[in-house]
Design a protein around this ligand. Sequence first.
Ligand code: ADP
Ligand code: MG
Length: 553
Amino acid sequence: MSLVSAVFMIISYYYIYHFFKQLITDSEKVDFTEAASKIVIYLVAGIITYFGAVFLTHVLAFRLETNLKKEGIRHIMNSSFSFFDKNESGRVRKIIDDNTVLTHMSVAHLIPDLSTAVFIPVLGIGLSFYVDWRLGLLFTVTLITGLFITKKMAGEMSFLESYLKASEKMNGGAVEYVRGIPVLKIFKANIEALREFYKSVTDYSKLAFQYSMSCRGWYVLFQVFFNAIYLAALFFGYMEDGNTGEFLSKFMFYAAFNGVILISFMKIMYVGMYVFQANNCIGKIEAIFDEMAAEKLSSGNVTEMKGGSIEFKNVTFGYEESLVIENLSFRLEEGRQYALVGASGSGKSTIAKLISGFYKLNGGEIIIGGHSLEEYTEEAIAKNIANVFQDAKLFKTTIYENVKIGNPEASKEQVMEALRLAQCDEIIEKFDTREETVIGAKGVHLSGGEMQRVTIARAILKNAGIVIMDEASAAADPENEYELQMALSNLMKGRTVIMIAHRLSSIRNVDEILVVDGGKIIERGSHSELIGKDSVYRTLQQEYSKANEWRVG
Ligand code: ADP
Ligand code: MG
């Protein structure tokens, strides 16, 4: 369609030329209505077809953008936790969001602009050869010179690359800077305290200045070259010496068409930028997709998890090169409650995360309910294992919806029952809108312990056979502690439970305690068994009581 549009445009330029020529040489014969309508019809046809082309490429661009985003989400859903350990979610969102939007720009404008930018000068030169071969020659020279100057002005692509990098670095630093303003204020520090950011700003400005300066000469030349149409008058005067009519009509054609070529050059420059940008964006999107795909968890097709016994068989795992867990083997029985204790960094959370299937193992197997974890579908794992972590993750939606995430098929009664079991009734009663209260809305404030109870309601609603709690009560404020414990004990009822708790007092009643040290299980037994002998557990308990008795002053 843009090619068709270019043809229409050229025809209308031909009629403009034709009209002037007649007007000057044989003004009696000119039919103004006919001439004007021809010019206008082709011009309008050209505009409409160009509009059509741009419309279509926009449809294409929006679809591309949407599909890329969908693909991004699909990759995010499939990638393992190790990907998110290495990449902040904010960065991932930014890469996918920003770059998909930029591909939109390129696709929507690149295709029609490129076609018109190329076709119009080419067809136009053909036309000018038809009008007068010397005119054609003049335009050819203009075109080649223009291209040469444009190329010089655009500079090296490697420059554009370092320019984009510098601006990205500066933007990233700016976000960091804004986030850190409270700290800077407290210490009365200024921007120079953030050396890296400061440097990125000066680097960027240096680069931008250098670039502007390098374009200066060429840009002036470009402007002079395309605006010096009066010089062309000399040329035509020489060519058509004495023939006023021919001189004027050709000069008019030249003056009108010269502007069109100038616009084409501008477009070519933009197109060059778009192409570069598009390649850059697609490169980044592909890189992050590849990275996500490399971290993809393998999953099988077993859809039902029957039974909640958990067995580690020679499990080896490390987040990076160094291993956190080596050849770990142990078994947990269905329906019993276990606690993992050990020093900070001993690997308790890692074990919990491995049971939930968040990471790919380096070796060995985790068998749950008779199947290796990798044989289950992702849905089966998600449905049968519930997690409660230290930091309650709630979405900015109603309390009701936040709980319902645990089981989207649950009825209203089931959701309300889960809320009740998680001791949330009292939270709901605080608000007029009750369970329809939007978390995070104005005037809605939940304490850490209250938020945790809402996430416990979510886990209760999930009704999973296995429950994993990692420091779940750490966020409790003293006045909520009792409710939180009640909520947790309702969650634990009748399930296989793996609990990690800082407060050793809260794990005394579990069926079995596993002491973790350096990624190994060094002791296991009930509280009374372990405390009764010279065990690491006993030392931990003693240290814990000592810490509890410690008072300021
Ligand atoms: P615990 O929960 O017992 O305090 P973790 O299982 O969190 O211990 O950590 C065990 C080890 O693994 C530690 O040395 C810790 O530094 C390391 N580790 C934990 N999480 C990560 C991660 N996301 N990336 C890299 N190393 C990690
Ligand atoms: Mg931990």
